[in-house]
Design a binder for this molecule. Structure first.
Ligand code: 5GP
Length: 275
């Protein structure tokens, strides 16, 4: 499919027109930004990994009935997606408290939440994506009550599915951000999942060591972002050519209980490598 003119350039992606007015091309850049664009860098290969990981997750979500914008991946950096009208809200789901919520509310980092917590932020870089309430969304017509109810249901299913998917490969899904868009299906406006789901938009911790396998490696200057994203891709079975996944460094953990957990985990990785 031929790439037309650039329609929009964001911090991590570019959207191009195509000959079909309902479809656009989403290009994944290598740019990394944090703290509302104050910290910027180019990390070679990040776009390629996010393209593959997001394709994998959205395809799987599609298979359990979560309608989304992905049509197909075109190449290493591009996917064809349905053109949607983005709802200007970042929907954030937290299973474990870390990041902004710990600073905002003084909650201890790593606190496991009784149930998933949904937060809304207005998508506005100039305002620093402020936290808003459902009442704001309705008061300013950023989304209708009906749309919000549908989105909430989808988010809970997405969270349940992703917790299980990541748990199966030794990763804890700490939190993530998703975006939704409106599209006309048979003349009726529907809300579908849009944007991307990748280590740029999720917090992913190794189940045993709590090693960060996400964009916090960039935000917190931890380094090794590409090896971490590659580890996520490998564990999800995306890069079959690198199937000899080795367990992460666990030598610092000493308790008997932890050692048992490590052995179970290593067995799991070994099993996975056999396929
Ligand atoms: P926090 O509010 O703790 O900074 O982020 C919560 C979750 O939402 C994290 O998984 C983070 O990656 C994701 N998130 C929040 N805002 C953004 C954003 O503007 N861009 C991206 N890529 N992720 C975001």
């Amino acid at each position: 499919m031929k790439k037309g003119k650039k329609l929009y350039e964001g911090k991590a992606k570019i959207i191009y027109a195509t000959a079909d007015k309902n479809l656009v091309i989403q290009y994944f850049k290598d740019d990394a930004t944090a703290f509302n664009n104050l910290k910027k860098s180019k990390i070679e290969g990040k776009g390629v990994l996010n393209n593959r990981i997001s394709e994998h997750i959205l395809t799987n979500l599609g298979q359990i009935g979560i309608k989304n914008h992905l049509v197909k991946r075109l190449n290493m950096r591009e996917q064809i997606i349905k053109l949607v009208e983005i709802i200007p809200i970042e929907f954030i789901i937290r299973n474990v408290a870390t990041g902004s919520i710990t600073k905002r509310l003084g909650i201890e980092d790593g606190t496991v939440l009784k149930e998933p917590l949904l937060e809304y932020c207005l998508k506005d870089d100039n305002l620093g994506d402020p936290l808003i309430a459902e009442e704001h969304i309705l008061a300013f017509d950023w989304a209708s009550k009906h749309e919000l109810e549908k989105v909430k249901k989808m988010i809970l299913r997405i969270n349940d599915f992703m917790i299980g998917m990541f748990r199966g490969v030794g990763i804890k899904l700490i939190d993530f951000k998703v975006e939704f868009g409106r599209i006309k299906i048979n003349g009726k406006s529907e809300v579908i999942l849009a944007d991307e789901i990748s280590p740029d938009t999720c917090r992913l911790w190794d189940s045993i060591t709590d090693k960060k396998l996400d964009k916090d490696r960039f935000r917190k200057d931890l380094g090794d972002l590409i090896p971490a994203y590659t580890e996520v891709a490998k564990r999800l079975g995306i890069f079959h050519e690198y199937s000899n996944v080795s367990a992460v460094n666990v030598t610092r953990l000493r308790s008997v209980k932890k050692k048992k957990k490590i052995r179970e985990y290593q067995k799991l990785l070994h099993l996975k490598n056999m396929f």
